[in-house]
Design a protein. Structure first.
Length: 833
């Protein structure tokens, strides 16, 4: 028996079905720039339809080199066999670096090879390792590189997005915006036809040379699309439709591309920002949807009784993610028809906008290739009466990215029942869902939900209902709209009525520096766990909770200072000028232009006339008195959020600044300036602010030291400012001077932390919170951090900077304990003998 036949025979013994083992398999190399076609003599898949997600093994023969193996990475198979004249090479294929030859076996030794690896090479083991191993360690296998599928998927999405943009551009050529829906409908039909043709489906056998009209009719019949409106399709010029079809036919083969990936790309590429607004659709990024669904761990539920419902479905991204994940838990020997019959009654949605319903249904059809339609996305106004509650009644799991706006006045009249639950649409929806008590929920919410007081009652209700609660904080730019900071909520393990037990809390953070890694492969910055009895709605496990609990009884800034926003004008752009003018006063307009820690960089002239003011109260503040100025909006996405400068020159400030006037004589302005610029304040606003802007009330709650003696802090500030003034006047500043200024800044921080008198372990945790973000500190001269990364002792910063530690740093032991003279060593050696 030949090596190829032997491998095929052994794969059949492992449980791979005959239709999942394909000879002479051709596929597009999506990892190459041009997407060239590659082939393997045999490919084995964990299930059909075949794709890079289900690829398990590939086989090539001849003069095989490492380069030839690497060219087949796009197959998605973690193992490739290379057949030589007398033996077979077993190669591990990963996302990075070259393929690795694991072993070589003789052709006669193939049976023994497969026997040794029978368990981990089985279809079920490989499939779950590839699809579930990213989030569940129990399914991980050493030979499966978890980075390979995300790498392929990333390239697939880029290439498909460009292709579909070209297709839609061809269809929209010389068309009005009113005809866009027709272009979207045609694009789906052509995309579906391309998939059937590339996968050599019998229904597409005659489409190669058929007129595009026949192709569209064939797709209509195959998927039963008659229930959807065909508005706009007939209005598209035949030449445009022909051009679009030719673009798709000549593009890379879709044969090895995951069908649900095509669904995600269809939804995200074709439903543009403009059409989201015009047609009322909204979307969750694929990576966020998959992350949210993975956190639910569908394997814990009884699949036969499972019912997944997504209210406000939008374009169906959450449902497609749920479909993909649920399908991975079904028996691997089920046919596509069996999986379809099982899944259709267990996945459903509802949405008011008919076009969004169509997009969601078409996305599910693409994800469920090659099955016909059957998906249930109801066109329904869920805010009307008890519609939402009625739809929720039978749901086991509720997935939801609700509308984020508030109910406007007209909507409060139109939807009185749900609007009385909350003026915030997402909170009204969440409250209604919680009232239905489903076994599990997964929500996309505004980030303020994590900690804002106004949501405490809802958070407590979640804690009363569920034993497991996971929250995730995502940075802005995760969604397509910049500045869109979000939170994910997953709650499961519904409690029996009146059960009072500790909640298992998990809080996950994705910082902006890890945003791209999260979007490519689900990498998170940190995950924190805690088990506690929740009584105040506190579900978030913060990085510095122990610190905030320790300083909870410290005085608050609000007891020692008055805090006000700056000037506002009827027309903000007219509020300043660069030259002196009657009715204008010296001041600062934008923190980005004017503010660094401990300093004001540039001065403008601000309009202080009453007739120009939007509000009169800010004009009445004592701007002529000494005060500390600090920014209202965060200065960075990292933990360094605030810069403050003490002003004694009578500057006025715009609403982009807070003015802080100290009432307490025991808190000098320079000391307050140092406190606000220090690590504790920046960590406080980074952890406690619910959005990109700070509030007066937040700053009033800032803990301040208990001490009344701030002389050491004030002296350190004076020294720093004096040295910085000298450096500023010198013009060109040396590296040594910059390092000196950074050192003086550390001295200020050391004195501030000494005033707080924190336990050394908690202080160290605070400083480590800023590790990796040193460059974000707004100093004007650079900042490299407080402690070396390899310094592990829990020593307060002021002691580390003090003479005792400094004198004993370095190789002090070798100096203190010098080797004995050689003659004494010889005498000692003779004595010991």
């Amino acid at each position: 028996m030949s090596a190829l036949l032997s491998i095929e025979s052994e794969l059949l013994k492992l449980g791979y079905s005959t239709e999942a083992i394909i000879r002479d398999y051709k596929f597009a190399d999506v990892l190459s720039a041009g997407g060239e076609q590659r082939h393997v003599e045999l490919a084995a898949f964990t299930q059909v339809p075949e794709s890079y997600r289900s690829a398990a093994f590939g086989v090539i023969s001849g003069d095989v080199s490492e380069v030839e193996i690497a060219r087949r990475r796009s197959l998605g198979a973690p193992i490739l066999f290379s057949i030589g004249p007398s033996d077979v090479g077993v190669w591990r294929v990963g996302a990075e670096g070259g393929p690795r030859l694991i072993e070589r076996v003789s052709i006669s030794g193939l049976s023994e090879l497969f026997r040794r690896h029978a368990q981990e090479w089985s279809p079920l083991s490989v499939h779950r390792a590839k699809s579930l191993g990213q989030n569940q360690a129990a399914y991980q296998l050493d030979f499966v590189d978890l980075g390979l599928i995300p790498a392929i998927e990333h390239e697939v999405e880029l290439k498909l997005a460009r292709l579909l943009e070209d297709v839609i551009r061809a269809l929209l050529n010389d068309l009005s915006s009113d005809q866009e829906i027709g272009a979207f409908r045609v694009t789906f039909r052509l995309l579906a036809a391309k998939i059937l043709a590339d996968r050599q489906h019998p229904a597409a056998a005659s489409w190669a040379d058929a007129p595009v009209g026949d192709v569209l009719a064939g797709i209509e019949a195959y998927y039963g699309l008659g229930k959807f409106s065909e508005t706009g399709i007939d209005e598209l010029p035949k030449t445009s439709v022909d051009a679009a079809w030719q673009l798709l036919r000549q593009a890379i083969s879709f044969r090895n591309i995951s069908s649900d990936s095509l669904a995600f790309v269809y939804e995200n590429t074709l439903v543009t920002t403009d059409t989201r607004k015009r047609f009322g659709t909204h979307s969750t990024p694929r990576q966020v949807a998959e992350f949210l669904v993975s956190k639910l761990d569908l394997s814990r539920f009884d699949l036969p009784t499972l019912s997944i419902f997504e209210p406000f479905t939008g374009a169906g991204t959450l449902l497609v993610a749920a479909l993909r994940r649920l399908r991975d838990y079904l028996p691997s020997d089920w046919s596509a028809e069996q999986r379809h019959a099982f899944l259709v009654p267990r996945v459903r949605g509802a949405e008011i906008d008919s076009f969004a319903c169509e997009v969601a249904t078409l996305s599910l059809i693409l994800a469920d290739y090659p099955n016909a339609n059957g998906w249930k996305i109801a066109t329904k106004d869920l805010f009307e009466g008890k519609s939402l509650a009625e739809e929720l009644a039978s749901a086991t799991i509720v997935l939801c990215n609700p509308p984020w706006e508030d109910f406007d006045l007209a909507e409060r009249t139109q939807y009185p029942e749900i609007a009385t639950r909350s003026l915030s649409k997402p909170m009204a929806v969440l409250r209604t869902v919680l009232d239905s008590k489903p076994p599990a929920i997964g929500f996309v919410l505004p980030q303020g939900f994590l900690r804002q007081k106004q949501y405490a009652e809802l958070r407590q209700k979640i804690a009363d209902l569920y034993g497991n609660i996971e929250l995730t904080s995502l940075p802005d730019r995760t969604f397509q709209q910049a500045g869109f900071e979000t939170a994910l909520l997953v709650a499961s393990d519904r409690r029996p009525d009146d059960s009072v037990t500790p909640s298992k809390l998990v809080s996950t953070v994705v910082e902006d520096r890890d945003r791209l890694a999260f979007l490519s492969s689900g990498v998170v910055t940190a995950e924190r766990r805690r088990q506690k009895l929740v009584s105040d709605g506190g579900l978030w496990v913060g990085a510095l909770d122990e610190l905030w609990e320790y300083v909870d009884r410290y005085p608050h800034l609000g007891s020692k200072a008055e805090i006000y926003r700056g000037l506002q004008w009827v027309s903000q752009d007219d509020g300043r000028c660069e030259e002196p003018r009657r009715g204008y006063a010296r001041g600062v307009f934008k923190p980005a232009d004017s503010l660094v820690q401990f300093g004001i960089k540039s001065i403008s002239f601000l309009d202080v006339r009453e007739e120009s003011a939007y509000r009169l109260a800010p004009l009445s503040r004592p701007w002529h008195l000494p005060k500390v100025l600090t920014n209202v909006a965060r200065l960075s996405r990292g933990p360094w959020r605030i810069a403050a400068a003490y002003d004694t020159s009578g500057l006025v400030a715009s609403q982009a600044f807070f003015g802080i006037w100290t009432e307490a004589t025991d808190l000098p302005g320079e000391a307050l300036e140092a406190i606000l610029n220090g690590p504790l304040t920046n960590a406080f606003v980074a952890e406690r602010a619910s959005n990109q802007h700070f509030t007066n009330e937040l700053l009033k709650r800032l803990p301040v030291p208990k001490t009344t003696d701030y002389r050491a802090i004030v002296d350190a500030v004076h020294t720093y400012k004096s040295e910085r003034n000298v450096a500023d006047q010198a013009g060109l500043v040396s590296i040594a001077t910059l390092d000196h200024l950074a050192s003086l800044l550390i001295d200020i921080d050391a004195q501030v932390l000494k005033a707080y008198d924190l336990p050394p372990r908690i202080e160290r945790r605070l400083l480590e919170y800023f590790r990796g973000h040193e460059s974000e500190r707004r100093t004007g001269h650079g900042f490299g951090g407080w402690l070396p990364e390899n310094f592990k002792a829990f020593v307060p910063l002021h002691e580390y900077r003090g003479p005792l530690v400094q004198a004993n740093r370095g190789p002090w032991a070798t100096k203190a304990f010098e080797p004995a003279p050689k003659d004494e060593v010889d005498i000692l050696r003779r004595f010991v003998r």
